[in-house]
Design a protein around this ligand. Structure first.
Ligand SMILES: Nc1nc2c(ncn2[C@@H]2O[C@H](COP(=O)(O)OP(=O)(O)OP(=O)(O)O)[C@@H](O)[C@H]2O)c(=O)[nH]1
Length: 302
């Protein structure tokens, strides 16, 4: 009888203060861009998780934007359901800067005392410090008696990442691969494609236009001349916004199309023909039926 190979799998929450490098690490681990970024607020309309699959492990990373806000007081925070959701994961990674523990970090650490699953400390950006500086930092965190492991990493340089993957394997429970081995997010591909197009709209437009635009991929399963044909509609709320997105002589739409196509080709690993349309859907943001049609949970936009 052939013995089936063991697999470890589970859900991992990646926590840490803003700018500590959570998205960078996620993108490095997953090997592709899974989270849309932009310098405009409210970029994330949906919770996106990254999925790391190796031969014998699948780690599913849960995005926890804004879970830890140091300005919330502790009692207020304890009432929040978000903390209990932390105990629904199998493992918590707490990411910090390579420096002495600040107030914000101490606050998060205090909350993590209540965690019922293993918590590991990731000290990121170690490429920016001398290794000698790490020991006193680790000592300080060690005294808290919360962390099972202390891992120095650099999400930009890839330092410590193979150790991290080994440790994930060690701490995740035995279980099946929940997702396909090629899948890097639980979002379907058409959703990722729509998000990449929306990211370009955010980049090229300003004022009310970015937030008035939604993208829906109408179809993406036909090949012609060895290229995947993708048809997508950009919805805006007013005629004027439609004019802005199309631009003079169609210039803006062309630019959005070219940039999005490159990103989509990177994501899907194949050549793409991207056809974009712009339509006006008055007040779509307050139309729950339309929101559901294009895949948004109306509550996320409230
Ligand atoms: N030198 C260095 N810079 C890093 C490293 N990891 C991340 N950064 C930089 O730190 C900045 C913030 O990284 P992000 O990945 O956006 O941080 P984040 O924690 O996801 O931030 P929020 O989305 O605001 O919570 C970026 O400029 C990264 O390039 C690292 O290992 N070394």
């Amino acid at each position: 009888m052939v013995e089936e190979k063991k697999n470890q799998s589970g859900f991992v929450a990646l926590l840490g203060r803003p700018n500590v490098g959570k998205s960078t690490l996620m993108n490095f681990l997953v090997g592709q861009k899974v989270a849309v970024t932009s310098n405009k607020p409210q970029t994330t309309r949906n919770k996106i998780s990254g999925i790391l699959t190796t031969d014998d492990m699948q780690a599913i990373f849960i995005d926890t934007p804004g879970i830890f806000k140091p300005h919330l007081d502790l009692d207020d925070y304890m009432d929040k359901a978000s903390l209990s959701s932390l105990n629904d994961v199998d493992l918590i990674l707490f990411m910090v800067e390579p420096e002495k523990m600040g107030k914000g970090d101490a606050y998060i650490a205090e909350l993590l005392q209540k965690a019922t699953v293993p918590v590991l400390l990731l000290i990121n950006k170690v490429d920016t410090v001398n290794p000698n500086e790490l020991l006193p930092i680790i000592d300080q965190y060690r005294k808290l008696n919360i962390f099972k492991e202390f891992l120095p990493v650099s999400a930009t340089q890839g330092i410590g990442i193979s150790d991290l993957i080994q440790v994930l394997h060690q701490y995740l429970p035995e279980g099946p691969k929940y997702y396909g081995t090629d899948q890097i997010t639980d979002r379907p591909e058409y959703f990722m494609v729509a998000e990449l197009i929306r990211e370009q709209i955010l980049k090229f437009t300003s004022e009310e236009v970015p937030h008035a635009a939604a993208v829906w991929v109408e179809q993406m399963n036909k090949h012609e001349n060895n290229k995947l044909q993708i048809e997508a509609t950009i919805y805006v709320e007013k005629n004027g916004q439609k004019g802005i997105i199309i631009g003079k002589g169609g210039k803006m739409l062309k630019q959005i199309g070219i940039n999005s196509r490159r990103q989509v080709e990177d994501l899907l690993g194949e050549k793409v023909n991207l056809h974009l349309w712009v339509k006006v859907q008055h007040n779509w943001r307050s139309d729950p039926q339309f929101l559901r049609k294009i895949g948004y949970n109306p509550k996320d936009l409230a």
